[in-house]
Design a protein around this ligand. Structure first.
Ligand SMILES: [Mg+2]
Length: 360
């Protein structure tokens, strides 16, 4: 009976990461070879993705990385970025955050990732994959992260903020929706999406007044926002907003309530002296990035993602769960709220935001 073939994609991921780690952290293959007595020809096979190491060699490699990697913010960021790209591509971000949570130190993290790639290439289940079930008992909510459009605002306008800008400039709403669709289908990147939108808006000379007065004035907060923020504040629960909307629109709509918000992540518009749009600076914290933002909060505050409640409503919020956060869907739009992998809970019709206080 022949040996089962390794999965080539993961084998290649293994080889690429193996090379990246040695290159970026300036490690020497010969040091590893002499310290652990694996031949340089064997190492060459791993590098070229011809072969995966034997299980003993992988264990030695992890020990070597643990003792030799010197963490450095810029390098760590590059390596972590490369890893997260792989998991994004393979649509396994949940696994990525599970490992990042469990191994905050880079020298252990990269070893664990190599191990994950190895198991995936060998078609072995990664043992820790069993996702922890979140019971209310285990949760101790310290942070609430809100989406903005359709979550803190009433969805009555039926148009997103973006769609309203397009139509106010005389464009067909379909142009806006088509771009969104292209992005969903991965035909354009988030950056390209922002760039095309920027060009269209500049072409029709979008003015700051249109955005901050005309459009923002039509957006209304859902009932109970002040009450909810007050209640959270009394419990010393931090409030964040992570949104695919626009910073100045959020600021304008929130009014004095903005003081309750610890941080807002959204897209940003820049204006020239006359108040006309010059640039759209896209947020990296929309879609997949929502999970990254939540992960960063959990790291910074040294709390479990499980102690963060995320409240969202739509398709771009579907990635938040990857971070291990507790997710609550309110007034669902373009998302299947009954998908319990993505949404831990749902309020199908939420007319008053204070309803979410029952899910802390
Ligand atoms: Mg939304």
């Amino acid at each position: 009976m022949g040996r089962k073939k390794d999965n080539l994609i993961w084998k290649r991921h293994f080889a690429n990461l193996f090379k990246t780690i040695f290159f970026k952290y300036e490690l020497d293959y010969d040091d590893f070879s002499s310290e652990y007595t694996w031949s340089s020809s064997a190492i060459r096979y791993w590098k070229t993705s011809k072969r995966l190491p034997q299980i003993e060699a992988l264990s030695d490699l992890r020990k070597f990385l643990c003792t030799h990697i010197v963490s450095n913010e810029a390098t760590d960021k590059l390596v972590i970025g490369e890893i997260s790209d792989v998991f994004t591509k393979e649509e396994m971000l949940h696994e990525y955050y599970r490992i990042r949570n469990a191994y905050p130190r880079i020298n252990e993290f990269v070893g664990e990732i190599l191990n994950f790639y190895y198991n995936a290439a060998k078609d072995k289940p990664n043992l820790d994959e069993i996702t922890e079930t979140k019971t209310d008992k285990e949760r101790n909510t310290r942070v609430v992260v809100f989406d903005f459009d359709g979550t803190l605002t009433d969805g009555k306008t039926n148009r997103t903020t973006w769609e309203s800008i397009w139509t106010s400039l005389g464009y067909d709403v379909k142009e806006c929706q088509n771009l969104h669709m292209k992005f969903n289908r991965k035909e354009i990147s988030h950056e390209e999406w922002c760039k095309i939108t920027e060009e269209k808006f500049r072409e029709r000379r979008l003015h700051r007044d249109i955005l901050e007065n005309e459009i923002a004035s039509k957006i209304h907060l859902i009932k109970g926002v002040r009450k909810t923020f007050n209640a959270l504040d009394k419990k010393n629960i931090r409030i964040y907003i992570v949104s695919g909307s626009i910073y100045s629109v959020i600021k304008k709509t929130m009014g004095s309530l903005i003081q309750y918000i610890y941080d807002v992540k959204a897209n940003d518009f820049l204006w020239d002296e006359g108040g006309f749009l010059t640039q759209i600076i896209g947020t990296k914290y929309d879609f997949e990035g929502k999970a990254e933002f939540i992960f960063e909060i959990s790291q910074r505050l040294n709390i479990s993602p499980n102690d963060i409640l995320f409240v969202g409503n739509s398709i771009n919020d579907q990635f938040a769960y990857n971070s291990g956060v507790y997710t609550l869907c309110i007034n669902p739009k373009l998302t299947d709220a009954s998908n319990s992998k993505i949404w831990n809970n749902c309020i199908m019709t939420c007319d008053d935001l204070t309803d979410i206080l029952n899910y802390l």
